[in-house]
Design a protein. Structure first.
Length: 119
């Protein structure tokens, strides 16, 4: 997954999923994606969703559009994680990925178990 944050000087920081800001940024992006797709807001906030890292995130710097004038480097992370969110958000994650840069392949998820917990 790729998580971007624009810092005070306008530069982009790539955050690890273990960064304290990551869950807020991830879920706000998913709620925005939901609103864009369905045309209305989901009656839920990012604070109602839970994101838990299950393995140490491994960083990888990927070269996009290599050898062109648009060449850029994007930092992504691979890790196992657990999400608790409304089913509508879970569908967005599964169908379009989590984080940013999903159109170039970041944020793909694989469901390891479909355990439903009502706690």
């Amino acid at each position: 997954m790729c998580i971007k944050f624009k810092n005070e000087d306008g530069r982009i920081d790539y955050l690890s999923p273990s960064d304290v800001r990551a869950p807020y940024l991830l879920f706000n992006g998913l709620l925005d994606r939901y609103k864009t797709f369905y045309g209305n807001s989901l009656p839920c906030s990012s604070e109602e969703c839970k994101f838990e890292i299950l393995s140490e995130p491994k960083s990888s710097l990927i070269l996009i559009k290599a050898g062109t004038k648009d060449q850029t480097r994007v930092r992504g992370y691979l890790c196992r994680f657990k999400v608790k969110a409304p089913v509508e958000i879970m569908k967005i994650i599964y169908s379009s990925g989590i984080g940013v840069q999903t159109s170039v392949g970041f944020g793909c998820v694989e469901v390891k178990s479909s355990h439903v917990n009502n706690n």
